[in-house]
Design a protein around this ligand. Structure first.
Ligand code: NDP
Length: 420
């Protein structure tokens, strides 16, 4: 059987996903690494020489162009494409996969690079009006491909990172093994790591800052409730990390969970931030540096947030500096056998251990490992069915087993601290 995988993108997350595939050569006998800057792919291949049985090769591609991705897929003839480039490329890569008849996997839902594009704006404004949340990203664009993928007999697996990805699997696992009915889910993302910089982001700065500076929102009684950015703050004592302040954000898995588990009355997402991060972000926002609208600077058009990205440390470079742990998981409440029940299901990941193993920090690690796992399950057929799906729509058990096996062991605690 053809198990050749084409990986598009070669940043922090890709480096982990690729190395994990290379540890799992039986499942991934051949990988083609393709990205805009092919030198990054070449450097990664060179660093893996003699360390894996997986056959590796590289290619250059601009994944904003459907025709370039189609030509690459035709030449490489992979079984599936793992998209670990940016959310901007989701639709072009999905189009190309459909065109060539190969499966598609990614880690983040679509958002446009140019938020001034009138065609996108029209759909976006209608969605904000109808749905009530104003985040720049949402699943609607990729869900509209469901029928096309179904008819073509192809699988598109969306959002197999940690959050979204593992967190959604935690919910379906809880429903399968711990609850007759789930009432509330609080997804908690704690990064207790310290990289020593006054300000840096742990994954792509542009995507990260767009997400964090947007209004927050949560799902309650079948609809969205939107709040000003950072206006709901809670404290939580995270196992193995300690007490942290966290803030309610909009997050993409809420949209999929709300749709697929209509019984859940409330779904919220919280992320921890230190004061230094928040102060810097507010200041940058106030002076316009987070804007996605191009400005004219001395005769050149620049996008402020892209310029800021060029100034900030590359997230892939944080590995050797970051100490501490992440704790990401879900506090889930509901009913089992007629009695109320609450569990906290989570993973703890140590930045320094990740660096020792793969030369990366824990945020890339906790995203790259589930990217490999989701891809493996599509390849081996356990998670392969025609259509477009998020990770909460499959049997969670094989995914949960692979998390334990491939470096992200999880824990279930009964009667944990809850979030007010
Ligand atoms: P990086 O910025 O480190 O890497 C992005 C890579 O994509 C780079 O190699 C970049 O190339 C490449 N790329 C960008 N544009 C194109 C293009 N047009 N054609 C081909 N390649 C392109 O990002 P991360 O590794 O931090 O993030 C990767 C993905 O993972 C993102 O979609 C992010 O949202 C997602 N993510 C998901 C998480 C989850 O838990 N679900 C958590 C964290 C991230 P170049 O080197 O030329 O810039």
């Amino acid at each position: 059987m053809n198990r050749k995988l084409l990986v598009i993108g070669c940043g922090g997350v890709a480096a982990v996903a690729i190395q994990k595939c290379c540890q799992n050569s039986e499942m991934f006998p051949e990988l083609v690494l393709a990205s805009r800057t092919v030198e990054k792919c070449d450097a990664l291949v060179a660093s893996l020489k003699g360390k894996t049985d997986t056959i590796l090769s590289t290619a250059k591609v601009d994944a904003d162009k459907v025709e370039e991705v189609v030509a690459l897929i035709r030449r490489v003839q992979p079984y599936a494409v793992l998209n670990v480039a940016l959310p901007y490329q989701d639709l072009t890569i999905m189009e190309a996969c459909l065109h060539c008849g190969v499966h598609y996997i990614d880690t983040a839902n679509f958002e446009p690079e140019n938020t001034e594009d009138p065609a996108w704006r029209k759909v976006y404004d209608k969605r904000v009006e109808e749905e009530g949340f104003s985040a720049l990203f949402d699943y609607s664009w990729q869900w509209t491909y469901a029928e096309k993928f179904e008819k073509a007999g192809l699988t598109a697996l969306l959002g197999t990172g940690f959050d979204p990805g593992v967190t959604s699997v935690f919910v379906s696992y809880a429903k399968k093994h711990y609850f007759d009915r789930i009432d509330t889910v609080d997804i908690l993302d704690c990064n207790g790591g310290d990289h020593g910089y006054a300000f840096a982001t742990n994954f792509n700065p542009e995507i990260n800052l767009r997400e964090v500076s947007a209004p927050g929102s949560y799902w309650e009684d079948g609809k969205w409730v939107e709040i000003p950015a950072m206006s709901i703050k809670r404290g939580y004592d995270f196992p193995e990390v300690g007490k942290k302040d966290m803030y309610l954000l909009h997050h993409e898995e809420i949209e999929a969970l709300g749709k697929h588990f209509p019984e859940i009355k409330r779904i919220r997402f919280f992320m921890t931030f230190g004061q230094s991060y928040l102060t810097h972000m507010k200041c940058l926002e106030n002076v316009g540096m987070l804007s996605t609208t191009p400005i004219d600077f001395q005769g050149t058009k620049i996008v402020p947030i892209q310029f800021l990205k060029a100034l900030l440390p590359d997230p892939a470079s944080l590995g050797p500096r970051t100490k501490g742990k992440t704790n990401i998981g879900c506090v889930i409440s509901g009913v089992k056998d007629g009695k109320p029940k609450t569990i906290f299901i989570y993973n703890v990941c140590d930045h320094e251990e990740c660096y020792r193993e793969l030369g990366s920090q824990a945020i890339s690690y906790t995203t790259g490992v589930p990217a490999m796992i989701g891809t493996a399950l599509v390849l081996d057929g356990a998670w392969r069915k025609p259509g477009v799906f998020t990770t909460d729509e499959f049997d969670p058990d094989p995914y949960m087993d692979m998390l334990n096996k491939w470096g992200l062991p999880w824990v279930v605690v009964e009667d944990p601290e809850t979030v007010e």
